[in-house]
Design a protein around this ligand. Structure first.
Ligand SMILES: O=C(O)C(=O)C[C@]1(C(=O)O)C=C[C@@H](O)C=C1
Length: 359
């Protein structure tokens, strides 16, 4: 009896090996199909093909496995095959960690983003005046913050809201930043404005509303300066990564990703800070990942814990809005910190031990 059991188990072992060999042979064919589909731009998942295969298999099934069980087993095989095709596809992405295991480190003036130290980017929501910029710039300079933000082109929800000072705003930003030795970041909304950006700013910001403005992404991909890409308000991480790929594929691989909150049903915050985006983006891509605590929360009172969470989750930097007189700000008045509030936040971040400063 015992010998017979052993004999049967040996037979099963042999069949298992054959099945394994066949499954992997099948997987190689699936990979080839995946490559062809990739080139043709057709979806990997093909439910019609899967149904046809299941019908053929069940029509030839003589048991003892029931049709439902055969279907279940083969559906699992199709699922694993699809996963294999998708994993292969990810390896092909320029921005993918699988394609480049080492972090991309972006140099902006003497500041390194994505390396062993973190960065703070701060400044007003919109560029409004020289005085406004100078008061913020001098505080940043004293605080050791090296990158100042300031919007000159403002895509606003309402066409009646302040739309920014445009080119004049970029000029003002550059003048003040040069005066204080700071680098700058500002949003660009038109593909034709990339040269202007290269002339006046150090980092091009692509805003959340433009995350899938493909012509803008392509133009940023041809620019010679780094790009900070904001996550769209309803974008999945996969869509976000593919938007970054649009920039990278045109030659500009100096792309940083910034989580700025996504739209959910929650009303106590302007958006919902998706903290899980940080480790996931760090895992899936080699690009620096930052968190905009001002836009994700839309509030001033929870910025320190949110910034700490971002840094603890592995973010390469934090972005925050600061204005000398938020009540009179022409945009985002409710969420911009005044100068003492910013100084308090900055001190809290530094004291947390989570922010590694550049030597
Ligand atoms: O035949 C294809 O188009 C495949 O991609 C292969 C395959 C399979 O494993 O058989 C994989 C995924 C699709 O959903 C359908 C079928």
């Amino acid at each position: 009896m015992k010998d017979h059991l052993e004999e049967l188990r040996v037979k099963l072992g042999g069949i298992n090996k054959e099945l394994l060999k066949l499954l992997n042979e099948r997987a190689e064919i699936v990979r080839n199909i995946g490559e062809i589909k990739e080139k043709q731009g057709v979806p990997k998942f093909d439910p019609v093909r899967e149904r046809a295969m299941l019908e053929e298999l069940t029509s030839q099934n003589n048991g003892p496995f029931k049709d439902a069980e055969i279907k279940h087993i083969f559906k699992e095989i199709f699922k694993a095959s699809l996963h294999l095709q998708e994993e292969d596809h990810k390896k092909l992405l320029i921005v993918s960690r699988k394609n480049q295991p080492d972090n991309t480190v972006i140099k902006v003036q003497d500041c390194l983003i994505g390396g062993s130290a973190q960065v703070m980017i701060a400044g007003p929501c919109s560029v409004e005046s020289y005085e406004q910029l100078r008061s913020v710039a001098s505080v940043l300079k004293d605080a050791g913050v090296k990158i100042m933000r300031g919007g000159a082109f403002k895509p606003r929800t309402s066409p009646y809201d302040f739309q920014g000072l445009g080119v004049e705003g970029l000029r003002m930003l550059k003048e003040v930043a040069d005066e204080f030795g700071l680098a700058t970041i500002s949003e660009i909304v038109h593909p034709a404005h990339m040269e202007l950006a290269e002339q006046y700013i150090d980092i091009i910001q692509i805003g959340a509303r433009n995350m899938q403005n493909f012509e803008l992404l392509k133009a940023a991909g041809e620019a010679k300066i780094p790009v900070l890409l904001k996550r769209g308000i309803a974008a999945t991480l996969e869509e976000f990564v593919h938007a970054a790929e649009y920039i990278a594929v045109k030659g500009n691989t100096n792309v940083m990703l910034i989580e700025r909150g996504i739209r959910t049903y929650e009303k106590w915050t302007r958006n919902t800070l998706d903290i899980s985006a940080v480790p996931l983006l760090k895992q899936e891509t080699h690009l620096p990942v930052l968190v905009d605590v001002s836009h994700s929360t839309g509030r001033k009172d929870i910025l320190l814990p949110c910034a700490k969470a971002a840094l603890a989750a592995g973010a390469d930097g934090v972005m925050v809005e600061v204005h000398p007189d938020p009540q009179t700000a022409l945009s985002d008045a409710a969420q911009q910190l005044d100068i003492p509030q910013f100084q308090q936040l900055w001190e809290g971040i530094r004291k947390s031990g989570l922010f590694k400063e550049q030597e």
